[in-house]
Design a protein around this ligand. Structure first.
Ligand code: NAD
Length: 490
């Protein structure tokens, strides 16, 4: 059976502890992945720490040129990367290509590193004195990523960390390790020196070793909220800079003046695309006033029409979920929702066949006390709640502990403006159901969807992977008298 190994210091490295990698469309094992323990992590961090010496001294032009080459290689290998994603994650090929493109956009942003790292200079802050500030890399940075975007989420991190002069150790999800192995080879082909980008595969043991390692300066994490909170606490306790993005429950608020056909199309795509396994998936609809029944009819009709099948089949619109356990968890949530009094309008629980398939599910009459609303289900389950007014809808969104993304559907600018100003959520769409920011903005949620201060990629990513230095200079022409008083400008 094919074995997916680590990538350390420009070479593949094996190990004894192994875990299966499944094809969710067939339910069969397709490969095995090596799981690192502390020793594997030590090797990768040592390689990254050694490479930091030269890499942090490389010129901005050299780093930018490697990013340009890496970007070309990502484009050339787009189909290959998408096929690996589909075979390990299950999402349909077109969706997988979309994530490769969105990830590549971060590399395009990182190609402008010369512009992004320009410092600030103040001439003559005092007589004969100038002041300037600039930013320097941190050292070895680690990235720990989830299963649902095997290429895009790691690409939110490493291009910016590397372009800013850091070295990087990626610990991808052990369920989808194949794409990171190819990414490592593409970096090497682009001319990135050995040790600058490393991949250690593994589970909690590898993560804990990274969090405790004295030579890891910063940790970027994306995954579920309980793990994000643990990572934030643990990495902070070990003195590291940390950003930890967590889970979500994203609401689409539909106002009575919205175009209901448009809203239903958009929400259906955002709820069931990638089998609902996106952190920006819409998982709760808040139908305001008269929007309710007309919207629910349209959602049900569209959900029933979705073609579920293997991700590499041209006519599939939605693939399987990631594991058998995930399918069971999703089924049990739907059963619990119905038992709690919700109306199960579309029931995709029993699709049959091999593979980890579960079809679209739609529940109406859901209330905020039900588990099906309170918990992140992370599957193709959409719940509908009703609200009497925009105020009530905003209060509902804000009472939810998550604050990743949300969307409002309306024809009214005044309501849209109020919504975007008043919701306690990090990313907001107005008639846009999945408002994932472009690479030159930053991505991040609020509340239990992000622990730490900075969002990922864009300007905040550059800040996260660098720290500031402020320099004050004087080139005295003559001997000036020094005073014991605190210096002020003259
Ligand atoms: P997960 O939290 O189970 O795993 C994420 C990473 O943490 C993996 O690399 C995994 O190996 C590691 N991990 C798992 N359990 C651990 C533990 N106890 N201690 C240390 N490390 C551990 O998440 P997942 O199931 O892979 O991904 C789905 C979750 O990710 C969802 O909650 C989704 O909302 C979230 N997500 C969030 C965003 C965002 O931007 N906020 C983006 C994508 C996914």
């Amino acid at each position: 059976m094919r074995t997916i190994e680590h990538w350390i210091n420009g070479e593949r490295v094996g190990g004894d502890r192994l875990a299966p990698v499944y094809d969710p469309a067939t339910g069969e094992r397709q490969a095995q992945v090596v799981l690192a323990d502390g020793t594997g992590v030590d090797l990768a961090v040592a390689a990254a720490a050694k490479a930091f010496g030269d890499w942090s001294q490389s010129s901005l032009t050299q780093r930018a040129r490697i990013m340009f080459k890496f970007r070309e290689l990502l484009e050339r290998h787009e189909d290959e990367l998408a096929r690996i994603i589909t075979s390990e994650h299950g999402k349909v090929l077109d969706d997988a290509r979309g994530e490769v493109v969105r990830g590549r956009e971060v590399v395009e942003f990182a190609c402008g590193i010369g512009q992004l790292l320009k410092g600030e200079f103040s001439d003559q802050v005092s007589g004969g004195v100038d002041a300037y500030s600039f930013r320097q890399p941190l050292g070895v940075c680690a990235g720990i990523t989830p299963f649902n975007f095997p290429v895009m989420v790691p690409l939110w991190m490493h291009p910016i960390a590397i372009a800013t002069g850091n070295t990087f150790v990626l610990k991808p999800s052990e369920r989808v390790p194949g794409a990171s192995a190819l990414i490592a080879e593409l970096y090497a082909e682009a001319g990135l020196p050995p040790g600058v980008f490393n991949v250690v595969n593994g589970d909690k043991a590898a993560v804990d070793a990274l969090l405790e390692h004295p030579d890891v300066a910063a940790v970027s994490f994306v995954g579920s909220t309980p793990v994000a909170s643990h990572i934030h606490e643990r990495a902070s306790a070990f003195g590291k800079r940390v950003q930890a993005l967590g889970g979500a429950k994203n609401h689409a608020v539909v106002l009575p003046d919205a175009d209901l056909d448009f809203a239903a199309d958009q929400i259906t795509a955002a709820a069931y695309g990638s089998a609902g396994q996106r952190c920006m998936a819409i998982s709760a609809v808040v139908a305001v006033g008269d929007a309710g029944d007309g919207l629910v009819d349209r959602l049900a009709e569209r959900a029933r029409r979705i073609r579920v099948g293997p991700g590499d089949r041209a006519d599939s619109e939605m693939g399987p979920v990631i594991t058998d356990e995930a399918r069971e968890r999703i089924r049990s949530y739907v059963a619990r929702g119905a038992a709690d009094g919700a109306v199960l309008l579309v029931d995709g629980r029993d699709l049959g066949g091999p593979g980890f398939f579960v079809g679209p599910c739609l529940l109406d009459g859901v209330t905020r006390e039900m588990d099906v609303y309170r918990d992140e289900i992370f599957g193709p389950v959409l719940v509908v709640l009703r609200a009497g007014s925009l105020d009530e809808a905003i209060a509902l969104v804000n009472a939810n502990p998550y604050g990743n993304g949300t969307a409002v559907f309306t024809r009214g600018g005044e309501a849209a403006r109020r919504f975007q100003r008043e919701v306690t959520v990090g990313m907001i769409g107005v008639n846009v159901p999945i408002p994932v920011p472009m690479a030159f903005h930053s991505f991040g949620g609020w509340k239990s969807s992000l622990f730490g201060d900075t969002h990922v990629h864009g300007p905040e990513g550059v800040r996260f992977y660098t720290r500031a230095k402020a320099v004050t200079t004087r080139w005295p022409q003559s001997r000036e008298t020094a005073s014991l008083s605190f210096p002020t400008a003259n």
